[in-house]
Each structure stands twice: as structure tokens, then as C-alpha cells.
Design a protein around this ligand. Structure first.
Ligand code: PLP
Length: 384
């Protein structure tokens, strides 16, 4: 497929080598255009009361189906939420805990996926944090902490600073055997690899919009496996969480008659109004990814990453990314003596990356090219 057609969606490629999709990604032109025209139509509708926004509303609703396709879920298993962190909080707070319950997380997680679980200590839940060794955590290491009092095992599919890739299928088998759920932070994976929630045995997955999904900020998604949707209730409520009949009565009748009766289906997890403009944008970005094909995206990211890794090794850099087969994806981190000085030098030379945990984190997407990596490597050679 012609990659130039896709690169044209990202004007930043004309002036910079942008390898920072694990941070905040550039917005494709088509997403920005769609957001602009939606806002223009919305303003017109507000001024004249004579513009039908029905098609746009349909587009916003369709984003659930698009996200569902990216993770192998059903549309009615997807809720709109603002961001990953919101989703992780929701999952942690809605599960049932008894005296003696525990949850398992680990040291490779982004801070959100640790502290939302730490908060449960206030409810007497034991929080087990499995320590990584050299940037990796094997299934065996996690298994030792999971027992029949474990309520949830929390992992990110791809690690935020070094790209370590958990074997979710193996983890979910162990978790389920012991009666625990698998809760996944998906933001560093959805959009850069094929995910299949059924095959991996994922019970819950939260994902923001602005990294590998190439969307704007504020248009996240929460996957809840269908059989869990009615079994649990959201810890955060608003008009959307309540049965529409009861909601109407609650508004028009006396306060002392107010009732709490949850609405059916995934909608009860969407307490309040969403950021409509942002969902218009992320919808177009997901269409772009699906247009190229998520398997093709994954394959290209792997190829670019492999080339980059072997060149770094040849140049004598120490990698913080585990290098075993299927142990890493999309994010590569190499150590440098003075990260600030390296970042400064790279930025002066038009390279956009991040410094993380004493190294430089590089995160190319499918529209990056081997030529860009070559150029980046030759700039890097200028440092030594
Ligand atoms: C793995 C991971 N989880 C969560 C977050 C935060 O995501 P959000 O802003 O969607 O809550 C980040 C952001 O860097 C991340 O890398």
C-alpha cells in the first residue's frame, strides 16, 4: 500500500522526524478537517436552529464500532470515557472486594495503573506489586502473586517506557483459573497491534485516544466483557447511568421520591455528556488505521523497530527494551549518559522523541519510514 498517501495526512513529516507516538501523537489532516466542519455545523445549528446534526451524531456513535473492530470486541461492549486513567479508576472501584481480597499490579505500569489499585488499601484490599527484573516480568513471576483471593490482575499490554509486551493470554488463563479478572491498560497498544479481547481473555480494557489511535485528547474507550456489564455497577453516576424512565421521574417529581435504578447495558458506565468534537476526530483517525489495516500497521511497526534495534546494538548502545521474541513492541528505549543533553541535541536536529527512565524512548508509527530511522541514526552518530 502506498505509504505516501498516509504520510500526506501528517504535515509534521515534512519538517521533523516524529518518533513520539507513545506520548501525544499528531492529528491526521482528515481528523482535523472533520472536527473543524463539525464545529462549524454545530455553531450554525446553535445560531439558526436549522441544521440537522443527525449524521454527525451517527458518526460519534460509530466510534464504538470502530474501536470494537480494533480490539475484536462487540460495539455494545464499548463505553465512551474521557481517558485511560478514568477507565482504570472505574474498573478498580466497581469490582467486589471481601476481607482478605488482593489485587496484583507491577512495576512496569504507568503510574495510573498502580495508584488506582493502591487506593483500594483504604478499603482493606491487599495490593501486590510484582517487581520487574531488568525491565521484564515473566508470567511465572506474576503467577506467584495470584491466588484464589485475587480479584484483579492489572497489566498494560505494552509497557509505557520500554515496550515490554505481556503475554496476556497466559496471564488471563492463570487469573481466570483462580477466579480473578484481567484488567488491561491498552493505551500503548491499541492502534499499533492487533488485539483480540476474546483470544487474550481480557475482562476490562481502558484506552485513551491521543497516542497510537492518532486522535485528539479526551475521547477514550472502555471495554467491558459482555457478561460483566450487568453484573457490576459504575462507581461514578450521572443522568446517563439511570434507567431513562426513572431519570425523567427523578427530574420532575419530588426529591424524596428519587430512585436509583441503573439503565441496562454499557450505557450506565457513561455517566455524563461526552466530548463530541474529540470523538469526531478520533473516529476519522481510527478509520485511517483500519484503512491501512491494523495487521499491516503492526507488521510495519515491527519491521521499523527491528531495523532500529539492530542498528542501535551495532552502535554499542545498551537497550532498556527486552529483546526476546515477542517480548517487546512499538517502543524502544536506549540508555544514554546525559538524557537532557541528548534530547536537546536531537530536538535541535529536528527529531521528536522522549526521555524516560534514564534513556531515550523512541516510538515510531506505521507512517514512519526506514529512511527516517536512517536519518535519525546518522544524527545520533554525531553525538559520539
Ligand atoms: C501506559 C499508560 N497508561 C496511561 C497513561 C495516561 O493515559 P490517559 O491520559 O489516557 O489517562 C499513559 C500516558 O502516558 C500511559 O503511557
Amino acid at each position: 500500500m502506498d505509504i505516501q498517501r498516509f504520510r500526506a495526512e501528517f504535515p509534521i513529516t515534512r519538517s521533523k522526524i516524529f518518533l513520539n507516538h507513545a506520548a501525544v501523537s499528531p492529528l491526521p489532516l482528515r481528523s482535523a478537517d472533520a472536527m473543524r466542519s463539525y464545529v462549524e455545523n454545530k455553531v450554525k445549528a446553535q445560531l439558526t436552529h436549522d441544521v440537522d446534526l443527525g449524521d454527525w451524531r451517527k458518526k460519534i456513535a460509530e466510534t464504538k464500532g470502530l474501536f470494537a473492530r480494533l480490539i475484536g470486541a462487540r460495539e455494545d461492549e464499548i463505553a465512551h470515557i474521557p481517558n485511560t486513567t478514568f477507565g482504570l479508576n472505574l474498573i478498580a472501584q466497581m469490582l467486589d472486594y471481601k476481607p482478605g481480597s488482593n489485587v496484583v499490579t507491577n512495576t512496569l505500569e504507568y503510574i495510573s495503573n498502580v495508584i488506582v489499585w493502591l487506593k483500594l488499601r483504604e478499603r482493606g484490599v491487599e495490593v501486590r506489586i510484582v517487581r520487574d527484573v531488568g525491565g521484564r516480568i515473566s508470567v511465572d513471576m506474576l503467577e506467584k502473586s495470584i491466588d484464589d483471593r485475587t480479584v484483579a490482575v492489572a497489566v498494560g499490554q505494552v509497557g509505557w517506557y520500554n515496550g515490554f509486551r505481556h503475554d496476556l493470554r497466559a496471564i488471563s488463563e492463570i487469573a481466570h483459573e483462580r477466579g480473578a479478572f484481567l484488567a488491561v491498560d491498552g493505551i500503548q497498544a491499541v492502534g499499533n497491534m492487533k488485539i483480540d479481547v476474546a483470544r487474550e481473555g481480557i475482562d476490562f480494557l481502558a484506552c485513551g485516544s491521543y497516542k497510537w489511535l492518532l486522535g485528539p485528547l479526551g475521547a477514550g474507550f472502555l471495554y467491558i466483557k459482555s457478561e460483566h456489564i450487568d453484573r457490576f455497577n459504575p462507581p461514578i453516576l450521572g443522568g446517563g447511568s439511570i434507567d431513562p424512565e426513572v431519570s425523567r421521574r427523578n427530574i420532575y417529581e419530588r426529591f424524596d421520591l428519587y430512585e436509583l435504578k441503573y439503565s441496562k447495558g454499557i450505557g450506565k458506565y457513561e455517566a455524563a455528556h461526552i466530548n463530541d468534537v474529540a470523538y469526531i476526530g478520533v473516529g476519522e483517525s481510527m478509520r485511517l488505521l483500519l484503512d491501512y489495516g491494523v495487521e499491516n500497521v503492526e507488521e510495519r511497526i515491527k519491521r521499523i523497530g527491528d531495523y532500529f534495534i539492530s542498528s542501535l546494538i551495532e552502535m554499542g548502545y545498551e537497550l532498556q527494551t527486552p529483546l526476546g521474541e515477542d517480548e517487546h513492541h512499538a517502543i524502544i528505549n536506549f540508555k544514554v549518559k546525559d538524557p537532557d543533553a541528548v534530547m536537546d541535541y536531537l530536538s535541535r536536529n529536528g527529531v521528536v522523541v522522549s526521555k524516560r527512565v534514564g534513556g531515550i524512548r523512541v516510538s515510531p508509527h506505521f507512517y514512519n519510514t526506514e529512511e527516517e530511522i536512517e536519518k535519525f541514526l546518522s544524527i545520533l552518530k554525531g553525538i559520539r
